[in-house]
Design a protein around this ligand. Structure first.
Ligand SMILES: Cc1cc2nc3c(=O)[nH]c(=O)nc-3n(C[C@H](O)[C@H](O)[C@H](O)COP(=O)(O)O)c2cc1C
Length: 169
């Protein structure tokens, strides 16, 4: 059931540095991100895959945690504001919404493949943009470490009850 996968996906903050992510699995999770829906199907995203030690080193001045260093792959998920849909009524730029859907596709696909991920947004966006030499229109929205979890335990979900977050009219 889809809900099993939803429960399986959790924020992994400890990775097996000794277990690389297979190329097929990396391709699979990125392809699942590619297949995400987006406003007007504009697909305003770019996924910068950091794998080499040199490439990953560019990330640490903007976000540095031991578990991010452990992860064999880090995907910097970017919004392209030059390609995103802006709602005519109020100009709202939907780049963030689109990228968020794609990122969650990636995370769920990774969980299905036995891989761990963690959404990370608490980074220095301007610093990251500069160190990765991203074009001006690209905004890093989320950093996603990807790798095999060091701890196979799947924690319980701590969520508000449905009654608190729904309103039936
Ligand atoms: C938009 C977003 C930003 C997040 N940023 C961070 C972050 O900067 N650092 C971090 O450790 N976790 C981050 N998280 C992970 C959340 O803390 C986590 O998803 C939440 O506590 C629920 O836990 P779960 O993912 O294990 O279900 C972020 C999650 C989302 C969706």
């Amino acid at each position: 059931m889809f809900k099993d996968l939803v429960l399986e996906r959790h924020s992994v903050r400890s990775y097996r540095a000794d277990m690389p992510v297979e190329e097929e699995k990396l391709h699979y999770v990125l392809d699942c991100a590619r297949l995400a829906p987006s406003a007007v199907n504009f697909q305003p995203w770019k996924f910068v895959v950091l794998q080499s030690a040199d490439a990953k080193a560019g990330l640490y001045p903007s976000y540095d945690r031991p578990w991010v260093r452990e992860a064999p792959v880090v995907v910097v998920c970017c919004a392209d504001h030059a390609q995103s849909w802006k709602r005519r009524s109020d100009g709202k730029d939907h780049a963030d919404v689109d990228v968020a859907i794609a990122v969650e596709h990636l995370c769920l696909a990774a969980a299905e493949q036995g891989l761990g991920t963690c959404w990370v947004c608490n980074f220095d966006a301007e610093g990251l943009k500069a160190s990765l030499h991203l074009p001006a229109t690209l905004e890093p929205v989320a950093i996603v470490p990807l790798g095999y979890p060091a701890d196979p335990t799947v924690p319980e979900k701590n969520r508000k009850p449905l009654s608190e977050i729904t309103e039936v009219r």
